[in-house]
Design a binder for this molecule. Structure first.
Ligand SMILES: [Zn+2]
Length: 468
């Protein structure tokens, strides 16, 4: 062995995905990403992602679990929670008490939500008040075309699905921004204060009905339009869930088209790859489970977030339908032997902002799946910090299956940080580690991921389902 070979064998170095891919795999990667972009274009809200997930599941032999009294190896089932959260399972041949393999991702993304009494008129314009959802940099949202998605119930009890701004012929919406000529005061403010939350108001109208008896003429016209089109009145907004998201579609980025640029890739890139993995999984040894959750961006709270009991209630139902019963001791055995890949995105080193990352321990776009032992902030707070034994087990599966992967962390120490669903999965006494795709411009309206990393995540999740 030469010194050079010895050096190589002793040191850790990240590999680039494209160094490893065969021509055939490259073709598969490109086709996979085309499908991924379609998924992103159709799934711009958590509800729409669950609709897509159910469609993909149904097309691949999954049935609603409620229709099954018993479950046996090879059965493919799913259960949906309030239209925003889904669990899919392929029943394994091993005793379920030996544990299940879970991949968990989230399908909610940062956005602008309409407030419950949103419509008002000012300066002869009609606008909608919003409350942003999740961690956004507010300055990124004005002066960009937005689409309106969501649900609203009419007083007669009809549920209306709203989707305006995605079709080429639809109008779009926007938050207006201040012209630079008059932005002298704004431009000297701190970036966190340059755009205020209460100024993220959506422009929706300007025509008006000019009748002397009506005071708010423009607002009146918008209400009249809404009533004619959807049968709704102003009060119906109170129960509605309406989200404003970027109106543009997923695109290739770069002269070599090596990236996907789109809204909502955190964490739909992991949701899609996890979904594709479970639907292509047939006859696993351990039962394979994919859970897609909501509310991660606001702390995994709520009855559709990871902290809700939906996951363990559904798992208990699966155990019950396999074994004919599920007492607490049996359930505890299942859980204790269960392992989870918390598939959430991680930060990719950005050449424009290298200073916020510590390069030896950060992930890079194009260098494969990120394995994050811990996330968190200020001394690993809010992180599950996976056990060495489990990290080793996962890394070995990845190596044995020729997955290109890398270690990563969420920025350099004390720079900031963040959490994922991993800590809540860990609380159930499940081995869990964050494994996801590196992202540039995370939480912006146009997030960037490398196609090679997307493909590697898919292969990695397949390997986990097959080999653990
Ligand atoms: Zn995320």
């Amino acid at each position: 062995m030469t010194q050079k070979e010895l050096y190589k064998s002793l040191t850790y170095e990240r590999k680039n995905v494209y160094e490893k891919l065969t021509d055939e795999q490259k073709q598969e990667m490109l086709a996979f990403c085309e499908e991924y972009k379609t998924f992103l274009n159709s799934g711009k809200t958590e509800r729409e992602c669950i609709v897509m997930a159910e469609k993909m599941a149904a097309e691949n032999g999954f049935v609603n679990m409620d229709a099954k009294k018993q479950l046996k190896p090879g059965d493919r089932v799913y259960k949906i929670n309030r239209g925003k959260n889904i669990l899919l399972a392929v029943i394994g041949s091993e005793d379920i008490e030996d544990g299940v393999n879970v991949i968990g991702a989230h399908v909610d993304s940062p956005r602008l939500d309409l407030k419950q009494n949103p419509l008002y008129e000012s300066c002869d314009l009609a606008l909608l008040k919003t409350h942003y959802y999740g961690g956004i940099k507010k300055y990124q949202w004005p002066a960009t075309p937005l689409a309106m998605h969501g649900v609203i119930h009419t007083s007669s009890g009809e549920k209306i699905n709203i989707c305006i701004g995605e079709d080429e012929n639809d109008p779009v919406f926007c938050v207006t921004d201040l012209l630079p000529h008059l932005a002298k005061d704004q431009m000297t403010k701190k970036m966190t204060e340059g755009i205020e939350g209460e100024s993220l108001n959506i422009l929706v109208g300007g025509m008006g009905i000019y009748d002397d008896d009506v005071s708010e003429k423009v607002k009146f016209y918008i209400l009249k339009l809404l009533n004619e089109r959807y049968g709704i009145v102003e009060k119906d907004f109170i129960s509605a869930e309406i989200e404003l998201v970027p109106a543009f579609r997923a695109r290739d980025v770069g002269l070599d088209a090596s990236f996907v640029g789109a809204y909502g890739q955190d964490d739909r890139v992991c949701a899609f790859t996890a979904l594709k993995s479970i639907i292509t999984t047939a006859s696993p040894k351990k039962t394979a489970v994919c859970v897609l959750v909501d509310k991660e961006e606001i702390g995994s709270v709520g009855n559709t977030g990871m902290l809700s009991r939906f996951f363990d209630m559904t798992l208990a139902e699966i155990v019950h339908k396999i074994k004919g019963s599920c007492d607490l001791i049996t359930y505890n055995r299942v859980i204790s032997n269960t392992a989870c890949m918390s598939s959430d995105v991680g930060v990719a080193v950005d050449p424009n902002y290298e200073g916020v990352t510590e390069k030896r321990n950060s992930a890079y776009a194009g260098k494969g799946l990120i394995v994050m032992k811990y996330t968190g902030a200020r001394g690993k707070s809010e992180s599950s910090d996976a056990n060495a034994e489990f990290v080793y087990q996962v890394c070995k599966i990845l190596d044995d299956n020729n997955i290109v992967w890398q270690t990563g962390e969420l920025g350099k120490v004390d720079q900031g940080g963040g959490g994922t669903i991993a800590q809540y999965v860990a609380n159930m006494n499940i081995d869990v580690i964050d494994c996801g795709v590196p992202v540039l411009s995370m939480h912006s309206p146009f997030e960037i991921t490398a196609k090679g990393d997307i493909y590697m995540a898919y292969l990695a999740y397949n390997a986990f389902f097959k080999c653990r």
